[in-house]
Write a protein that binds this ligand. Sequence first.
Ligand code: PHE
Length: 345
Amino acid sequence: MITDKIEQLLGEVQMLSAQNADEIEQLRLKYLSKKGEITALMADFRNVAADQKKAVGIKINELKQAATDKINALKEQLATTEDTDNELDLTRTAYPLPLGTRHPLTIARNQIIDIFQRMGFTLAKGPEIDDDLHVFTKLNFAADHPARDMQDTFFIEQNPNDVTRNILLRSHTSNDQSHYMETHQPPIRVICPGRVYRNEAISARAHCFFHQLEGLYIDKNVSFTDLKQVLLTFARELFGENTEIRLRPSYFPFTEPSAEMDISCHICGGTGCGFCKHTGWVEILGCGMVDPNVLEACGIDSTVYSGYAFGLGIERITNLKYQVADLRMFSENDVRFLREFEAAN
Ligand code: PHE
């Protein structure tokens, strides 16, 4: 019976072993070549009853696959032992080697950094755990100002009488800027990417941590026009050369005047769609001219220097590029989600 023969060969194939490349080649000829045992089965296959042909065909394919796999495994084994005979190769990797992907937030962050670096900004980094002095006070947040509620965060240590002993998770990366201004004099041209925290209920649209990138430019005679041109260039580099921007008046304690910047919706091109709630515009960042109080608090002479600052959420930009429906997916580490970005790396 052909099925007995298949079972017998399957048993044999699983037990195969070889000492060297010649023996492996002999096995390949015996089982897999045109004159081999498996091809020979095809002659008998013609006589199998029609209603059993399908089942037997599947069995033969399984056998062929098993023989191919086994012989490949023997070759791989031989290559490894030959190597260890000569010398130990610690750089040898375990095959197959799964290729990882960059996280979508990293992809977007790198693109943003690249654009600003080409415009002459350098990177600055600050602590995620910081004191009230650098996160709020030096940035012109009055102790009892409601703007602090907009950035409610997590406190590690609270001390009502001493802002340097109020330790908290930073609610924005602007603290990097207070540190940078304390230690550098203008011209200053930095971007600060990093993780920030806020006391928010976790949902598809909000999380207790997210990522920001802020920029700071301080020199003599810096004007709002400079800010606008830099942001327009940034928006066009990131979203395409037909992108338009619009600035709407806003409020931040550390900038005056302040604005929110929208870009023309790159999904509908500005004509209106579900994504931009039919307005043709989507908000992407906050910006403004650095308040002189901030410069003075950080040791920079506000009668000589002026500057601008801007801050954007990296999740938001990533969503605009890739339309991730739920913010939580960014931190769940589900490889099926991460694999979606293989092509974007
Ligand atoms: N720090 C602000 C925020 O987190 C963003 C911002 C930065 C706005 C710089 C203006 C200037 O909301």
